[in-house]
Design a protein around this ligand. Structure first.
Ligand SMILES: Cc1ncc(COP(=O)(O)O)c(C=O)c1O
Length: 395
């Protein structure tokens, strides 16, 4: 994986820049869909293929009007906090109580309240790059400066990447979207040790249920103590854990004192997460104790990796999540994605959206046939566009 140089960005530029990029890409996708009709292939999906609980159970929870007659506590309902504490205690081995849990309006609601808590105006927040597209904007909205920290050859950031930066906080995803790399216990501990003393760590762990080899991933909650002085927070999501992004339920886990401070921001930012959605969340968690979240993706991953090799596309198999981070000089430019929509009838998020123009992100959460045809079209288009020096011409 290539190096992406660390750089700071102007304080007010992030939200506008990502907004413009997203709108341009959505326009290109719409136009591609109009041109190609049912032959258009969308490889951008980030919603899982499977969902829990059943649609009937969700319909039941949402049909009960009573909860919508009142306000909920910004911390979440006692039932949802207790159910989340049980589920995440079991999956991490960390004894969480309800006081360690906040139920939020999606992971994004949880991340924004958490960053509003740990970030002060002008703080430098180290953001592992490639990043989930919203991370720099979230830092900016919290008044901080997103300082891109480049992943090394293995796709991860390590303590040496932080050396000399003295960031006031760290934000990274584990497992990472878009690259699919994970950090194990040793790597998380080393990163924490590489930060200035007391600097908070916010870890976006929404894909924690989607890890192909369990030992490859460790939650920061398993690595750092949860005493009163501790300054780490974990964000999880029903969008991934239950495959139901439309519920808009996220979870923040952390030391009780920090969780209390984050709840104060939730009370001012979004208020309580939807109460009927919290009921559906509780039913869903009860259903997934024996679920193998990655099962639908193992075969897709094997097929996609074999196909990439045959087509001359380079990709490292992910350790987590359900994306393939496909390498190709210039493949991740915005213009390349726009051209793929029009000329190849296929859409995938370009690396530019994640801070790395060297790659594009292909979702495995699509029908197998779409994945195969989509990769074939991407390979054909990228190859056809190469100039003599092997680069993609980018206008
Ligand atoms: C890494 C990462 N963080 C956060 C989110 C947002 O999650 P939510 O739908 O719970 O707001 C996503 C959604 O795809 C994601 O990939």
């Amino acid at each position: 994986m290539r190096e992406h140089p660390a750089q700071a960005t102007p304080h007010d530029a992030e939200v506008a820049r990502f907004g413009a990029m997203r709108r341009a890409l959505m326009r290109a996708r719409d136009e591609g869909q109009r041109k190609w009709g049912s032959d258009f292939i969308d490889l951008s999906g980030s919603a899982p293929l499977a969902a829990w609980p059943s649609d009937d159970a969700v319909a039941g929870a949402l049909a009960v009007g009573r909860p919508t007659r009142g306000y909920g506590a910004p911390e979440g309902t006692p039932a949802a906090r207790a159910a989340a504490a049980r589920y995440f205690s079991r999956s991490t081995g960390v004894p969480f109580g309800p006081e360690n849990v906040l139920i939020t309006a999606g992971a994004l609601g949880g991340l924004s309240a958490t960053l509003a808590t740990v970030c002060r105006p002008g703080h430098d927040v180290a953001v592992a790059t490639p990043y989930y597209h919203a991370h720099p904007s979230l830092v900016e909205l919290a008044g901080g400066r997103a300082v891109r920290v480049a992943a090394g050859g293995d796709g991860r950031i390590g303590p040496s990447a932080l050396a000399g930066q003295e960031p006031q906080a760290l934000l990274f995803a584990n497992p990472a979207n878009p690259t699919g790399v994970t950090y194990d216990r040793r790597q998380v501990a080393a990163l924490a040790a590489g930060l200035p003393a007391g600097a908070p760590i916010v870890v976006d762990e929404v894909y924690a249920d989607y890890v192909y080899q369990p030992g490859d991933f460790a939650s920061v909650a398993e690595v750092l103590p949860a005493d009163d002085a501790a300054r780490w927070a974990v964000v999880r999501s029903a969008s991934k854990t239950l495959g139901r992004p439309g519920l808009r339920i996220g979870v923040v886990l952390g030391p009780a004192r920090l969780v209390e401070a984050i709840a104060d921001r939730v009370a001012a930012l979004t208020g309580a997460a939807s109460l009927p959605a919290q009921e559906a969340f509780v039913s869903g968690l009860a259903e997934i104790t024996e679920v193998d979240h990655v099962r639908p993706y193992r075969r897709r991953l094997d097929v996609a990796m074999a196909l990439c090799r045959r087509l001359g596309l380079t990709a490292q198999p992910p350790q987590g999540a359900y994306f393939l981070w496909v390498d190709g000089s210039g493949a991740g430019h915005l213009d390349t994605a726009v051209r793929l929509c029009a000329e190849a009838g296929v859409f995938a998020w370009p690396g530019a959206y994640f801070g790395a123009t060297s790659h594009l992100r292909v979702s495995l959460a699509v029908p197998l046939r779409s994945l195969e045809t989509g990769l074939e079209r991407i390979a054909a288009s990228l190859t056809a566009k190469r100039t003599d020096d092997g680069r993609l011409p980018v206008s």
